[in-house]
Design a protein around this ligand. Structure first.
Ligand code: SF4
Ligand code: SF4
Length: 465
């Protein structure tokens, strides 16, 4: 439900522009009509009597009890100055960027991937990070740790397929840990992998020797749909091998590696998402892995031509989410405040590819469509300096402040951050699904909380017997 402002009956008090309301509903056993309202600046959710909510929307604050007004001000649902809110949200975002104590670096140890996914925009080669570039990476990261106080160095091992460069990862990882420790910072990592090489031995090595805390693996449906999109370059199917790895790794009781499945969805495989959930649940993976869904996006190509319409995707996604919950998976429904949209806006964060090129965005390396040299390249390991102004990703918040994108007028900005500077720069709205299904998410989350409450009551009464 879109919320519009109105004339206030109390000067200096207004309804925040950062609120999202559900449709009106009536609880079972009650005759009162309510609405759920999310204040996106604070992430707090309120259940309002529909009349009270109407008073708030119409600026009739004198009808609202003073203690309630206090609580709503504290939650940033009521504000003193609506017109200054965008600037305030962006100020908080900029402050979070400048104050961060987490140094995030993405390293692509290989330019190769065994798979030839239909929607991939990358061109792969057998190139791996060589010793000279490994040494430059270590010097570069140490310089950053020396120049500024960081509590954590976090590395994302990314592709092409990072496990195709396992030798480089093995060589770099102990040195990265040592550098972080020398500068008083902790060290952690995650990996985004196709899962083909993620057997138990590799997963154990990643987790126990290289501080890799989580792995993200893509499965685009059950075997038939996945294999039609994510097949080996040599032509064979990949699903069975990836799933076997996943099951083996997830069943290790003492392996501290969180597994997350990403399912890329477009019009071709949307019908099969629930089948994938069934496959994973039937394999006993509920409670052991996490699952999330993502609409297919352009990667310097026209992959998104096959995407579902955003509203259709959002509607389906909520159904898949509820279905996954019904099969025992833990799913996130409500976003929290997001102050740093992505690495592109963090001046110290870089993506380094296997050739020694440096970027500010994970989706730009190895993409021939971005030219030669790649127009998004901000530098190379041969030179200390980079030029982040080759694109406008890094000044995204300033562009939002100027009203360049829809984000400047969007009530989701505090919990979305703008989603993806690259997409907006390429003229595509980057909106996550919750832009379209948040009112329903609120209702589902509320229904679930009621269900949990009623279950607890049942348990109590049984205990009392
Ligand atoms: S600009 Fe978009 S694609 Fe690039 S790192 Fe940020 S969120 Fe990812
Ligand atoms: S990306 Fe979309 S949902 Fe997110 S703030 Fe911008 S307009 Fe809103």
């Amino acid at each position: 439900m879109t919320v519009h402002s109105a004339q206030s009956d109390q000067p200096g008090l207004a309804l925040s522009r950062y609120v999202v309301a559900s449709e009106a509903f009536v609880e079972r056993g009650s005759e009162r009509v309510h609405r759920l309202v999310l204040a996106t600046r604070s992430g707090r959710i309120f259940r309002f009597d529909a009349t009270l909510w109407e008073d708030l929307c119409k600026g009739r604050f004198s009808r609202v009890p003073a203690p309630a007004i206090e609580r709503l001000i504290e939650a940033n649902l009521l504000v003193g100055d609506r017109t200054g809110e965008l600037a305030e949200v962006l100020r908080e975002n900029d402050a979070a960027i400048s104050k961060t104590t987490r140094l995030y670096q993405v390293i692509q140890p290989s330019a190769f991937c065994q798979l030839g996914c239909t929607y991939c925009g990358q061109t792969h080669s057998r190139r791996r990070l060589d010793e000279a570039n490994q040494k430059r990476i270590l010097e570069r990261i140490e310089r950053k740790l020396r120049n500024r106080r960081y509590d954590l160095l976090h590395v994302g091992w990314f592709g092409a397929e990072p496990l195709a460069g396992l030798a480089s990862l093995r060589a770099l990882s102990p040195c990265l840990k040592e550098i972080a420790s020398r500068h008083g910072a902790d060290y952690s990592a995650h990996i985004v992998t196709n899962g083909v090489k993620l057997d138990v031995a590799t997963a154990r090595e990643l987790a126990t020797e290289h501080n890799v805390q989580s792995a993200e693996i893509t499965l685009d449906g059950p075997a038939r749909e996945h294999d039609a999109r994510r097949f080996f370059k040599t032509g064979g199917p990949s699903f069975d091998r990836i799933l076997a790895n996943l099951i083996d790794v997830a069943r290790q009781p003492d392996l501290p590696l969180a597994l997350r499945i990403r399912c890329n969805v477009d019009a071709r495989n949307a019908h099969s998402v629930e089948q994938l959930i069934d496959v994973l649940a039937d394999a006993g993976l509920a409670g052991r892995i996490n699952v999330y869904f993502a609409p297919i996006h352009d990667w310097g190509n026209a992959a998104s031509d096959l995407a579902l319409a955003p509203e259709t995707y959002a509607r389906n996604e909520l159904d898949w989410t509820v279905y996954a919950m019904s099969r025992g998976f833990s799913m996130g429904l409500l976003p929290t405040r997001k102050k740093i949209v992505c690495m592109a806006v963090q001046p110290d964060s870089e993506v380094i590819d296997a050739y020694g090129n440096i970027f500010n965005c994970t989706e730009t390396p190895y993409v021939d469509a971005y030219g030669s040299p790649n127009r998004h390249r901000i530098g190379t390991l041969q030179h200390d300096d980079v030029n982040r102004s080759v694109n406008r990703f890094g000044v995204f918040n300033a562009d939002v402040a100027d009203g360049s994108y829809g984000c400047s007028k969007c009530p989701m900005l505090p919990v979305c951050g703008g989603a993806c500077p690259k997409s907006w720069n390429e003229g595509q709205a980057a909106c996550p699904s919750f832009k379209h299904n948040m009112p329903d998410r609120l209702l589902v989350a509320h229904a679930l909380s009621k269900l949990v409450d009623s279950l607890e009551e049942l348990e109590c009464s049984e205990e009392g017997v």
